[in-house]
Design a protein around this ligand. Structure first.
Ligand SMILES: [Zn+2]
Length: 126
């Protein structure tokens, strides 16, 4: 087996060995599995994980946006990339809530009797 440089299974390079093997006694199973699946790269910035990096598991589709807690919906990100992803998710959530608000308002409006007067819906008393 050809191994990069002078790496040995015992030198404690968790990221390298988890990526190669998909498991490591000192690496949580979910992280090791994702490392191997992502070939050692972060799904957000596409850079390789390094030994000193913070590795965090993220839900690709956030739970708050209807994502499920299952393998297919998990990805491994740098700590700082996870922060960006979380900010992105909360923007999406705000957009979703705003859309739901307007849809609800539109539905309420449909129940009313109104006329379009100069492009403004004017409610008429029934
Ligand atoms: Zn990253």
């Amino acid at each position: 087996m050809k191994v990069k440089g002078d790496k040995s299974p015992y030198d404690g390079d968790l990221v390298y060995w988890s990526t190669r093997m998909g498991r490591h006694p000192e690496m949580p199973q979910r992280k090791a599995f994702l490392l191997k699946q992502q070939k050692g790269s972060c799904s957000w910035c596409n850079l390789k994980f390094r030994e000193e990096d913070i590795l965090e598991i993220d839900h690709i589709q956030a739970i708050s946006l209807g994502g499920k807690d299952e393998w297919q919906n998990l990805q491994l990100l740098h700590g700082h990339c996870h922060d960006r992803k979380t900010a992105y998710d909360s923007t999406k959530l705000r957009e979703l809530k705003s859309t739901q608000y307007w849809e609800k308002l539109a539905q309420e409006l449909l129940k009313l009797n109104y006329l379009w007067i100069d492009d403004i819906p004017v409610i008429i008393e029934s």
